[in-house]
Design a protein around this ligand. Sequence first.
Ligand SMILES: Nc1ncnc2c1ncn2[C@@H]1O[C@H](COP(=O)(O)OP(=O)(O)O)[C@@H](O)[C@H]1O
Ligand SMILES: [Mg+2]
Length: 207
Amino acid sequence: MSGLFVTFEGIDGCGKTTQIEMLSSDLKSEGIPFVLIREPGGTQIGEKIRTILLDKANSGMHARTELLLYEAARAQIVEEKIKPELEEGKVVICDRFFDSTVAYQGIARGLGLEAVDYLNRWSTAGLAPDITFLLDLDEETAYRRRHGRSDEEDRLEAEGLAFMKKVREGYLLTSTEQSRIRVIPATDTPDVIYQKIRKAVWEVLGK
Ligand SMILES: Nc1ncnc2c1ncn2[C@@H]1O[C@H](COP(=O)(O)OP(=O)(O)O)[C@@H](O)[C@H]1O
Ligand SMILES: [Mg+2]
């Protein structure tokens, strides 16, 4: 595959959307073809699965059910969108991908890394990001950043800071085992963070 697969990870409020917007406008102004993808949505089937996952009425959902729903959406988006776009040579930018499943389901929810790693490889048929930016932020700062947000709190966000702390630790743990993951301190200003991202992306693009 000739494109470039870039993913953004980190707890809610760490700045993923902000950085993805900055990268997108840069790629656009330089005429580099790219596509934005949001997990677990991004396909018609995936958007339906996303609605199930975020629905507060589904508070009885078992953690294994949740894991399998994420993996189901992932299998679909890999085949329907990510692989074809990469084959066309595009930069594919994904707002969360399987490292989220490692941190949230594998570690924070305690389902274990063995099952999650296996399912991640299975649902993607072995496809992995070329480069992953982990925007690392403490859960209190992330919470304060989110506070101004107008979105109604969703089921995952309602679970509080203790859970987010575990997720953050899970991300940091997996980052030590994967050289594709670049840990970026997310306490800096958006511009400072973005310069690091731009440098890394342009390096792998060979520009
Ligand atoms: N580096 C930063 N410093 C301070 N505030 C930020 C920074 N990056 C993003 N924000 C603000 O924090 C909030 C959450 O950012 P967002 O990009 O939506 O995070 P995410 O997509 O990871 O949930 C937004 O209001 C955004 O403007
Ligand atoms: Mg976001």
